[in-house]
Design a protein around this ligand. Structure first.
Ligand SMILES: [Zn+2]
Length: 344
């Protein structure tokens, strides 16, 4: 019986030594130490031994079992360590490999123009104010001296959500909203960029959704010459030194007097070309002195305060600046178009 136990020990240790993985090792464990294993069998057969032999064989059996157990544990630890090392080796990252090129995005040309204009005005002491695109009839029209039924509303038909709520047709509602916040005290000096909506049929120069930048200055002693100086500075920074501007009379319900503002053509220096349609001047924005009714409705005393306002379309400015011939290019997400502005 002793021989049998020594033989079992030898066999078991040999098989443990040969086990290549954890599964094989477990098979060895079950084969030798399991309930139906040979050691259990030996112990069961002890009844046939003389009583004085039993403790010796029992002790030896336990010793063999212990030895196999220890060998199993040691081998298991070794296999697990190897497993970890194999995984680490398989998942290693070769930091010397060249990287895969990442496609870089870039700001949309409109975003670029809007940010450029924002920077210009921030440099002149303006703050940027943004307002809601879903607007009330009151702020979009009435507070801008466009009461219900005013004929000038026809030029700005909108998308109505209810009778009183609509998608704003211009960024001008921020005039009243901002002035109300100032509670009748100047100075107010803001620009307001954002999306606006009109029920226009889309074509090369019209879109039902486009962007605007509104400017508003209200303070004591603001004069039309301040407006002109501001816009000339703006035109020179945006289109180059040497640009001049001119005012032409116009009409907006919320300004009085109102003007269209032209900049001298940056392409032909005023000689006349395709960009300026032979006139030497390019229309870039509308402006005027804030109408006293607009000041009063927003809580400003029009005898103490005056102001000017202007509104421009970043699309038009981007089209002029970059020679883009169709406004729809801005909204179609065509990468062939957008990629041209990668390093503009
Ligand atoms: Zn020209």
């Amino acid at each position: 019986m002793k021989e049998r136990l020594y033989e079992l020990k030898r066999q078991a240790l040999e098989q443990i030594g040969q086990a290549r993985d954890l599964k094989a090792l477990n098979d060895v464990r079950v084969a030798y130490l399991g309930k139906k294993g040979p050691i259990t069998e030996v112990l069961r057969g002890m009844g046939a031994l003389p009583p004085e032999e039993r403790p010796k064989i029992g002790a030896l059996a336990n010793e063999v079992r212990e030895a196999i157990q220890q060998a199993l544990e040691a081998k298991q630890a070794k296999l697990e360590q190897e497993e970890v090392e194999r995984k680490l080796a398989a998942e290693a990252i070769d930091v010397t490999l060249p990287g895969r090129p990442v496609k870089l995005g870039n700001p949309h040309p409109l975003t670029r123009v809007i940010e450029e204009i924002e920077d210009l005005f921030i440099g002149m002491g303006y703050t940027v104010a943004e307002g809601p695109e879903v607007e009330t009839d009151y702020y979009n029209f009435e507070a801008l001296n466009l009461p219900k039924g005013h004929p000038a509303r026809d030029m700005q038909d909108s998308f109505y959500i209810t009778e009183e709520i609509l998608l704003r047709t211009h960024t001008s509602p921020m005039q009243a909203r901002t002035m109300e916040k100032h509670r009748g005290r100047g100075p107010v000096k803001i620009i307001c960029p954002g999306k606006v909506y009109r029920r226009d049929t889309d074509d090369a120069t019209h879109s039902h959704q486009f962007t605007q930048i509104e400017g508003l200055v209200v303070d004591r002693n603001i004069r039309m010459s301040d407006l002109k100086g501001t816009l000339r500075e703006f035109a020179r920074k945006l289109f180059g030194e040497g640009r001049d501007i001119r005012f032409r009379p116009s009409f907006f319900p919320f300004t009085e007097p109102s003007v269209e503002v032209d900049v001298s053509c940056f392409r032909c220096e005023g000689q006349g070309c395709g960009v300026c349609k032979g006139t030497g001047w390019i229309e870039i924005l509308g402006a005027g002195m804030v109408h006293p009714n607009v000041l009063e409705m927003a809580g400003f005393d029009s005898k103490t305060y005056t102001g000017f306002a202007f509104g421009m379309g970043p699309e038009r400015i981007a089209m002029l600046k970059y020679g883009i011939d169709d406004i729809r290019h801005f909204y179609q997400n065509d990468l062939r178009f957008l990629r041209q502005f990668l390093r503009v």
